[in-house]
Design a protein around this ligand. Structure first.
Ligand SMILES: N[C@@H](CCC(=O)N[C@@H](CSS)C(=O)NCC(=O)O)C(=O)O
Length: 289
């Protein structure tokens, strides 16, 4: 779509319609013509929103639980956040934060994980001043609890937290509209989704939430999950809308699929849940070191 025409259409849409949230309207109004096009004019499956020059992004991996953590930072203020840190990786993550000259402000947990212990507690000890964050509905302990649409700020960047329950009641997806990215936790996995057979799981709720709050983002948004078991690192809204083998089905078919996954329970379940209700522990227990 031609950028000028696209902007004209959007101005009409924004002024006439209540369908865009106030935050999204403000973002659209403030985008330059070039960034407006990369944000809005996705032509095909290969288009992505580009990061702004002052945004730092790093994906990290824990091979024991197949978890992705994400280090994000404002390059000017040096304020940083880590999304879904893993306990055993806390020393690695703290070292990286220090090596890069960053100041860790928040550790954000998309939910109370059942398959690994969060690194929030240990990172707070390693990098004093760091605060842990989790959704209010998780029922877990933390320094800060997030409600629907609440923002977490680092430097000039803002993360919007939206509730995406269904895998657990407290699951949240973290969106950075300006950078065109969303961290989906276990709600949406690449060509998959979080299981719904324990921890308040509900396939109908998950289906509704993923469709209304994640797959309704612009097609050129990149999606970063908390796990991948096949070595794929990221996806996009466009890809998942076309190729997700579960979420492209009807809700009835989706519920049938989810109720018949028959997955074994995560092997760290019994120690992860109690520890994560306290937002992590402050060290690795000696016998595991
Ligand atoms: N084998 C792993 C656990 C694998 C698993 O159950 N993953 C969860 C997310 S962590 S609770 C999931 O939702 N999987 C969905 C799927 O379709 O695989 C372990 O033992 O830790």
């Amino acid at each position: 779509m031609n950028g000028v025409i696209a902007r004209r259409c959007l101005t009409t849409l924004v002024s006439r319609s209540a369908i865009l949230s106030k935050e999204r309207q403000a973002i659209f109004r403030n985008l330059s013509q070039k960034r407006f096009c990369t944000y809005f004019c996705a032509k095909n499956m290969l288009d992505r929103v580009q990061y702004s020059n002052d945004f730092y992004f790093r994906q990290l991996f824990d091979e024991k639980s197949w978890t992705y953590s994400y280090l994000l930072a404002d390059k000017n203020s040096k304020e940083a956040v880590i999304i879904d840190p893993v306990l055993e990786m806390a020393p690695r993550d703290a070292k990286l934060v220090e090596e890069l000259g960053l100041k860790l402000k928040w550790t954000l947990n998309t939910h109370c994980h059942a398959d690994h212990i969060t690194g929030s507690g240990w990172l707070k000890k390693l990098l004093p001043g760091t605060l842990s964050v989790i959704g209010k509905k998780s029922g877990a302990n933390a320094d800060r609890f997030l409600d629907e649409n609440e923002e977490v700020v680092f430097g000039r960047h803002k993360i919007q937290a939206v509730e995406t329950p269904g895998h657990t009641n407290g699951c949240m997806t973290f969106i950075i509209h300006e950078q065109g990215i969303a961290f989906t936790g276990d709600a949406l996995l690449i060509r998959g989704c979080g299981r719904t057979d324990f921890q308040e799981g509900d396939p109908k709720v998950l289906y509704e939430m993923v469709h209304s709050k994640i797959l309704s983002l612009p097609d050129n948004f990149t999606l970063y999950p908390a796990h991948d078991y096949k070595g794929v690192m990221e996806t996009t809204v466009a890809e998942e809308k076309k190729y997700n083998p579960r979420l492209t089905k009807s809700v009835t078919e989706f519920v049938e699929i989810m109720n018949n996954l028959n997955l074994p329970y995560p092997h760290q379940l019994d120690k992860a849940l109690p520890a994560n209700r306290e937002c992590g522990v402050y060290d690795i227990p000696e016998q595991q070191q």
